[in-house]
Design a protein around this ligand. Structure first.
Ligand SMILES: Cc1cc2nc3c(=O)[nH]c(=O)nc-3n(C[C@H](O)[C@H](O)[C@H](O)COP(=O)(O)OP(=O)(O)OC[C@H]3O[C@@H](n4cnc5c(N)ncnc54)[C@H](O)[C@@H]3O)c2cc1C
Length: 411
């Protein structure tokens, strides 16, 4: 692994940096990293809301529109997609550098699930007609996608999905329920898994569909999280008709197409820079308010901050490992799980440290008058809980590391 940028990579870093200096809306500046709901809440200040960037809210503001336009003009909405499909065709190292620079600025990507997960799957598995129909809307932001996989009895074990799809002429008729569907209340389309053959072994009876969220029979019910935001939803299907041309790949082969989407989810490693910025926020706060940690508490805080700082460096090395594997054409597997596990648990430890430092002031949402910034540590602490569940729980990551990394038996 080469840790320093090559001359070409250094030039690329400068190009991204200059672009951000020029184009990133001043309204969003200085408000900390935006990597996901937990980080958004844990980071500095009141930046764009959790939904912005990840998916388009009903009242997308002007700064976000400007930002979207700036990214689109460069093909940077989808940095990883091949150029022929409207992406920037960047190699993994350049994407990583871009992510690092974006995290330094607290800048968010705008493509959401469509760019990160569904688009790449469609490029691999879709027909020409399907690509023509759906890729442009993902790139120009006119079509927002959500991911309909989890169900009340199918989360870690997604292959147990029970939502049924029955063929009826040129359509499939869908009945069932999804849960934890992020952004469903804003989405135009859902990529989803449904059971087409209940008699087949569970992995072989699932098909992959593109479902219109405005179709008759779709009901979306937002779920309020304990962090006080409606990030995700329950989605109910009652005799929803999906045209057969909206099936991706062969009938009953949906699980294998779905694993492609999962690979993209697992390989989109959160930038370690975002975590470091979170920690920097706590260090700054602790310097501004030395009266909050005194005596032995001061010593304990110093040690904890040093420990977290070392871990942030370790997280960076882990990200580098995954990126260098991808750059060498290898597919990170348990390595990506290690990275996800370490960074998500570390994010929780950092959030806990922020809470410990601020004490009771951190529990006042919105902040106490004399420590207005403390409120964000409380929100961040609550929001960080989900980071070890979303995208595969810590237990599932440990299973992958044990079986595929250490070669241990399944049970
Ligand atoms: C912020 C957030 C956003 C999300 N967004 C989406 C979305 O957009 N679309 C979507 O489809 N889903 C989404 N999810 C759902 C997410 O994928 C599931 O929550 C996750 O896969 C876990 O499934 P579950 O909640 O059903 O828990 P379960 O699978 O029921 O697990 C319960 C507990 O049992 C443990 N466990 C389960 N199986 C094993 C095992 N084999 N070995 C050891 N322990 C095990 C788990 O680790 C966990 O502690 C989101 C979740 C979160 C938190």
């Amino acid at each position: 692994m080469e840790f320093n940028d090559s001359p070409e990579e250094a030039a690329w870093r400068t190009e991204v940096h200059d672009f951000l200096e020029k184009e990133f809306p001043p309204e969003f500046r200085g408000r900390g990293p935006r990597r996901g709901p937990a980080a958004a809440a844990a980071s500095e200040g009141e930046g764009p809301s959790e939904g912005e960037g990840l998916f388009r809210g009903p009242n997308e503001g002007d700064p976000m529109k400007r930002w979207r336009t700036a990214l689109t003009s460069r093909g940077w909405v989808a940095p990883a997609w091949p150029k022929e499909y409207g992406g920037a065709g960047l190699d993994t190292k350049k994407q990583f550098i871009m992510n690092e620079e974006f995290a330094e600025f607290g800048a968010m990507n705008v493509g959401g699930f469509g760019v990160m997960m569904f688009g790449p799957t469609l490029i691999v598995h879709g027909t020409d007609d399907q690509k023509k129909e759906h890729l442009p809307g993902i790139l120009n932001g006119s079509t927002q996608w959500c991911q309909g996989w989890s169900e009340p009895n199918a989360g870690s074990d997604v292959a147990s999905v029970q939502t049924r799809a029955i063929r009826d002429g040129d359509d499939y008729v869908i009945n069932g329920q999804k849960i934890w569907t992020t952004g469903a209340q804003f989405a135009d389309m859902m990529y989803m898994l449904a059971r087409t053959d209940p008699d087949a072994p569970k992995h072989r009876g699932i098909s992959y569909f593109m479902l219109d969220m405005k179709a008759p029979g779709v009901t979306v019910r937002p779920l309020m999280t304990m962090a006080g935001s409606a990030v995700f939803n329950e989605v109910f299907f009652e005799n929803v008709r999906v045209p057969a041309r909206n099936r991706l790949g062969e009938e009953n082969r949906g699980w294998y197409i779905g694993t492609t989407t999962l690979d993209f989810e697992r390989s989109s490693i959160g930038s370690a820079v975002g975590i470091r910025k979170q920690l920097e926020g706590i260090i700054r706060f602790s310097k501004e308010h030395p009266e909050l940690s005194v005596g032995s508490g001061k010593h304990a805080t110093q040690i904890a901050l040093a420990d977290r700082w070392i871990e942030a460096l370790v997280a960076r090395m882990m990200s580098y490992r995954v990126v260098s594997m991808q750059n060498a054409g290898l597919i990170p597997n348990h390595e990506a799980s290690m990275c996800k596990l370490f960074t998500s648990e570390m994010g929780q430890k950092i959030a806990a440290l922020g809470m410990k430092l601020t004490g009771m002031y951190g529990t006042i949402l919105g902040g106490a008058p004399q420590y207005s910034a403390a409120g964000r540590f409380g929100t961040g602490y609550i929001a960080a809980v989900s980071s070890t569940i979303a995208g595969g729980t810590s237990e599932i990551q440990r299973n992958i590391m044990a079986q595929r990394g250490l070669g241990l038996p399944r049970d």
